[in-house]
Design a protein around this ligand. Sequence first.
Ligand code: CP
Length: 316
Amino acid sequence: MKRFLTVGDIGNLSDALAEAKQVKQTPFAWQELGRNKTIILVFFNSSLRTRLSSQRAAQNLGMNTIVLNINEDSWKLETELGVIMDGDKTEHLREAIPVIGSYADIIGVRSFARFESRTFDYEETILQQFIEYSGCPVISLESATRHPCQAFADLITIEEYKRVARPKVVLSWAPHPKALPQAVPNSFAEWMKVADVNFVITCPEGYDLAPDIMAGARLERDQKKAFEGADFIYAKNWSSYTEYGKILSKDRSWTVDQEHMSWTNNAKFMHCLPVRRGMIVSDEVIDGPNSIVIPEAANRVVSAQVVMKRMLEGLR
Ligand code: CP
């Protein structure tokens, strides 16, 4: 495996889930695979889960880990080509990436949407440069438009908690005070469309995801109808794709509370975290017995470890 950006990069999902189960049962069985190998985790943005779970996954595989916080630990980086660097940016990404690559065997990159241009974000301008110029396998640790490590962990969690062979999984928009990227819902939808689940998206007008993400997914505008019979509720905020990066609604009737959960088939509640209580979800739901947000986060180690293991196997 040379890159991990989308569901297409993981191949057969049943095989990936079987491997995840094996990795979870025996996390230290591949310590030799990572011996004398180094992963560099490059963060352009903040993180708790991705930062820690990626390091833990790499350490389980016997790898050395280096974390680089761009603009904090390193020089301020210029990312635009063709600019005169007379501002506060000291180094260009074009030199920084191959230099980082020369110290690494695998690179992980977190680089969020900037919301300056939909084209810039959806072309994955930063991540693609790492793929092109680093000379290393590259893992997306959440890019401008995708969060594959999260979606893989979400799928592992659904597999563990499902009570029927083909559960109903609902991705529900929920309000938030800030404009958030579409990376998590894009990846979640992308993975659920391939998984053996009955997948439904519910969101207000103006919040449909990109056309290629919506294609093949069932859209139910009425949140109550969408929740009926659901086995899993995955709440998430995202900003508008069509009016790119804008907040069109903060309607708290979309906040997932106990009444919303009563419409479901005793559904499990999921969220990628961090989550805004009282906006996305009520305290009683996230603290309740059907909330699986903590095991979901714990599975981030498993998803990252499967991906790193496959990349290490590809280096041999
Ligand atoms: N879910 C997730 O990626 O969390 P962090 O932003 O804390 O890494």
